[in-house]
Design a protein around this ligand. Structure first.
Ligand SMILES: Nc1nc2c(c(=O)[nH]1)N[C@H]1C(S)=C(S)[C@@H](COP(=O)(O)O)O[C@H]1N2
Ligand SMILES: [Mo]
Length: 407
């Protein structure tokens, strides 16, 4: 079957068997968040994938859809508004009756396979709130532009994940002493056989972390097709590129995974960003595989350009997160960063989820007011004041600002 037809078939499968009605792709209105540099998102439109509400479409093939900023007003991102990111275009609808998760590799003694029912039955099922954040989130804000999907703020989402610990499952397969990495494969593939499958690996220690899950539900529902049905990896605190969707195979191996997606993509110049987590078996002299998320924050409201009356309080609200140390504080500046005041923090709901904050700006003067927001984590790491340029536009964690009008 041609790649094109295969793609249409797999998409149609996701819609429940029927071929996509043309109209499904036509309910598009233009969006241009004022916070993106002109030019980057001119081609972005709102569009709905089957089973999803309208999201900001960055590319259709493969599907890359971003969550609109307003959705981050709630703590858990609704499943039908959760962003979608794929590298490859052939995305089959997985038939649960046929699905098995195979555990193997040269560093396991007992290869085995599990159905979803067996995973649920044989292992402790746990729930964990965690932020799923694409390393390329905000790539569209880099100036000069970085090549790649021009994401705005919405290549992320926070969910309550339910699943079993990867380490419990791997323990059944008996790991050999020389186990080095754990590799992951998904059901999606390229349209051409020459396209390398999306495969990723984790260092053994992160794979065996008690928080690393094989998840089959999010926010109390089975995973949506576009977010990895029937099971995906959840790697709390680490970039979402490791959160492999539509899991089919997990291998424990004694050698570093030599896949395009480890060796060429999702890499950073060594030493450019300070993180606690390392992936030694994927380091070269000059570059390292991306690992954990940097301390960061987001302003959800007010909207850019929103109007206020003189004296009317401006409630600034948003979220802050990091790679798992936990958020210590969020500070707000209304004088261009000269002075900072502490925002009010909502309770901490876990190391790997975001933390809501708010701050009331009171100003009697008229004109534009620019509010800057800066998060600090418990390790004392602070958001960057300017984006740190890197070849593929990852880890944008510069202080965000919003300008409103009083008058
Ligand atoms: N099978 C598969 N899993 C994948 C990917 C992919 O292309 N294929 N992309 C990864 C990347 S880069 C991101 S950012 C997250 C996005 O998760 P989401 O689509 O559920 O939002 O999935 C990860 N898992
Ligand atoms: Mo990503």
């Amino acid at each position: 079957m041609s790649g094109r037809r295969q793609f249409l078939k797999t998409l149609a499968g996701a819609a429940g068997g029927a071929l996509l009605p043309a109209g499904a792709w036509c309910s598009e209105s233009r969006v241009r968040p004022a916070t993106l540099p002109a030019g980057t998102v001119d081609s972005a439109v709102m569009a709905a994938l089957p089973g999803k509400q309208a999201l900001i479409k960055r590319t259709y093939r493969p599907p890359n859809y971003e969550t609109p900023l307003a959705e981050f007003q709630v703590f858990y991102t609704p499943n039908d508004r959760f962003f979608v990111r794929y590298h490859l275009s052939a995305i089959p609808e997985v038939d649960l009756a046929q699905w098995q998760l195979k555990i193997g590799g040269d560093a396991v003694a007992k290869p085995m396979a599990f159905t979803l029912a067996e995973l649920r039955r044989n292992f402790e099922v746990i729930e964990l709130p965690a932020l799923c954040l694409c390393a390329g989130n905000r790539r569209g804000l880099f100036q000069p532009h970085s090549p790649g999907i021009q994401w705005g703020q919405g290549a992320m989402g926070n969910a309550l994940w339910q699943g079993v610990r990867l380490r419990d499952v791997l323990a059944r397969a008996s790991l050999a002493k020389d186990a080095l990495e754990v590799t992951f494969e998904g059901a999606d593939s390229g349209v051409f056989p020459s396209t390398p499958d999306f495969s990723k690996s984790l260092p053994l220690a992160k794979a065996l972390d008690e928080n690393t899950l094989i998840a089959f539900a999010m926010n109390g529902e089975p995973l949506p097709h576009w977010n990895g049905f029937p099971a995906r990896l959840v790697v709390p605190g680490w970039a979402a590129s490791y959160w492999l969707k539509h899991l089919t195979g997990i291998n424990v191996v004694s050698r570093p995974l030599d896949s395009f997606w480890m060796k060429s993509a999702y890499r950073l110049p060594k030493g450019l960003f300070v993180t606690d987590a390392r992936f030694p078996s994927q380091e070269t002299d000059t570059t390292a595989a991306i690992t954990e998320l940097l301390v960061n924050s987001l302003i959800v409201s007010p909207e850019e350009g929103q109007g206020f009356r003189p004296g009317q309080p401006i409630e600034v609200k948003g979220m802050a997160w990091d790679g798992g140390q936990g958020i210590e504080r969020v500070d707000v500046s209304t004088d261009g960063g000269a002075t900072w005041q502490a925002a009010t923090m909502e309770p901490d709901r876990g190391r790997f989820t975001w933390r809501p904050w708010s701050y009331l700006v009171r100003t009697a003067r008229t004109g534009d007011v620019t509010v800057k927001v800066r998060a600090t984590n418990r390790a004392g790491q602070v958001q960057a004041s300017e984006p740190v340029a890197n070849p593929a536009g990852y880890h944008h964690n510069a202080v965000q600002s919003v300008t409103v009008h009083v008058g």
